[in-house]
Ligand binder design. Structure first.
Ligand code: GTP
Ligand code: MG
Length: 196
């Protein structure tokens, strides 16, 4: 999709605040600081539309980005941010679970992991959880510019092994918001899934 028009439709916490359209939605999940907002910006050809920061945990609401009046990207606040309290974590979990399990418009989830490392326990839990609910998942290994291309295959196999990856139900792509590697493939995955 060639994107020119994007706007932040709403920052929602409760289901009553979700958009009332029937446009397809693609959610982005991953731990704080992994690069969800940066991926969003890359996909929509903007430098700093979705707020990015070196301050983890900044995104605290479900941010619905209206893309060309055709679909929404839903930027989900990052998990695994140590500095939030237990009750905040629980509220966060409920908000996300409510959205991901009850939203018929949701066509797929892009689950971001750091290309440089084996998946964390939180990454593994999220992946298993999405598989359990039969939600189509694209795992995007981001910050791939930080490792040499010659080592991408190795990085991919470490991630797949850590997640006990199900090739029949999910896909994996290397990605960089710096070099834009993977951008076209991520878009292709999105277009395939919103067409269904
Ligand atoms: P929260 O909103 O806090 O959950 O974080 P986020 O997942 O939205 O991460 P964000 O996009 O804000 O990126 C966090 C930091 O990582 C920023 O400093 C980005 O510039 C950097 N970053 C994101 N993607 C990449 C990438 O592909 N390569 C490199 N080198 N840095 C990246
Ligand atoms: Mg963010």
């Amino acid at each position: 999709m060639d994107v020119h028009n994007v706007s932040l439709e709403i920052s929602a916490v409760r289901p009553e605040q979700y958009p009332t359209t029937d446009w397809p939605e693609i959610a982005l999940v991953g731990r704080s600081n992994v690069g969800k907002s940066s991926l969003t910006n890359t996909l929509i050809n903007r430098k700093s539309f979705a707020r990015t920061s070196s301050q983890p945990g900044k995104t605290q609401t479900l941010n619905f980005y209206n893309v060309e009046e055709q679909l929404f990207f839903v930027d989900v606040p990052g998990y695994g941010y140590a500095k939030v309290s237990k009750s905040e974590r629980e509220k966060w979990g409920q908000m996300i679970e409510r959205y991901l399990t009850n939203r018929s418009q949701l066509k797929g989830v892009i689950s971001l992991v750091d290309a440089r490392h084996a998946p964390s326990d939180d990454d593994i839990n999220m992946y298993n959880w999405l598989m359990y609910y039969d939600i189509p998942v694209l795992v995007v290994a981001t910050k791939a510019d930080k490792i040499a291309k010659g080592k991408w295959n190795k990085a991919e196999s470490i991630i797949k092994k850590g997640l006990q990856f199900d090739n029949a139900k999910s896909d994996l792509l290397m990605f960089s918001s710096i070099t834009k590697d993977g951008k076209a493939d991520v878009w292709q995955w999105i277009e395939e899934h919103i067409a269904e």
